[in-house]
Design a protein around this ligand. Structure first.
Ligand code: SAM
Length: 233
């Protein structure tokens, strides 16, 4: 299929390209395929599973609690953010994105998932490593900034999957909040670390067919206790 480049930008953090192959939109970061719109079930599941956890905590999966505040690490093509915004119980979504150009492209309607200009959405240009520790009282923090701890696009993102940052992300949660992390592979070390930070961690493995192959992606979910008013040490 013929590839048409829609936009390209280079900044201090690297190079970004948005391209289209037929109906499929593709994001390439530093020459490495980051994602495309052909298969986004796990990006959506990251949001859906966290929202389900919050709903279960509030005692009903059908009656939404208005005004949930969620931070998403990594804009990508906007599927995680879209899933959140499709939930009427979500009051505010802040997406933190390293590349200013991608945020700019979103503002200019190049990311169809976010083309509706929802007032609940804020796009912040920054590094999750800097922004998340400055936040507090969030109902969920969803991290999908890289391929996972074992296959990094940005080597600087190793710290995203390390204990000090995961502790800060957990501390940014309100009591009953959910921290969820996406990985393109099962990541036992990450699971252990999250268990140490939060006291427990659920691993959800999702099989995703791509062409003739099936990949197993992993989501890690950790919850802050409803009565816990300060972060675990
Ligand atoms: C795989 S994409 C996210 C996909 C997204 N969940 C979706 O639904 O489309 C990863 C995104 O994280 C961004 N990113 C990488 N490192 C980051 C960091 N340290 N802080 C914030 N954003 C980062 C990348 O530029 C890219 O846009």
């Amino acid at each position: 299929m013929h590839r048409i480049e829609i936009a390209r930008a280079t900044d201090a953090r690297g190079e970004l390209a948005l391209a289209r192959r037929g109906d499929v939109l593709e994001l390439v970061v530093d020459g490495v395929f980051a994602m495309d719109s052909a298969q986004t079930s796990t990006e959506q599941a990251l949001a859906r599973l966290a929202l389900d956890r919050l709903a279960a905590r509030s005692g009903s999966a059908t009656v939404p609690t208005p005004g949930r505040r969620v931070l998403v690490g990594g804009l990508g093509l906007g599927y995680t953010a879209r899933t959140l915004l499709d939930d009427p119980g979500v009051g505010a979504v802040e997406v933190v994105e390293l590349h200013a150009a991608l945020v700019d492209w979103a503002h200019h309607g190049l990311l169809p998932q976010l083309a509706d200009d929802d007032p609940r959405l804020t796009l912040t240009v920054g590094d999750v490593l800097d922004v998340v520790p400055a936040r507090h009282g969030l109902d969920a923090v969803l991290l999908d900034v890289d391929n996972g701890p074992d296959f990094l696009v940005h080597t600087g993102n190793a710290d995203v999957y390390a204990s000090p940052f995961l502790t800060a992300a957990y501390a940014a949660l309100a009591p009953g909040g959910v921290l969820a992390v996406w990985s393109c592979d099962p990541a036992p070390t990450l699971r252990t670390m999250l268990t140490e930070v939060a006291g427990d961690c659920t691993e959800v493995l999702l099989d995703v067919p791509r062409g003739s192959r099936t990949f197993t992606y992993a989501l890690y979910l950790a919850e802050r206790g409803p009565g816990e008013d300060s972060a675990r040490p």
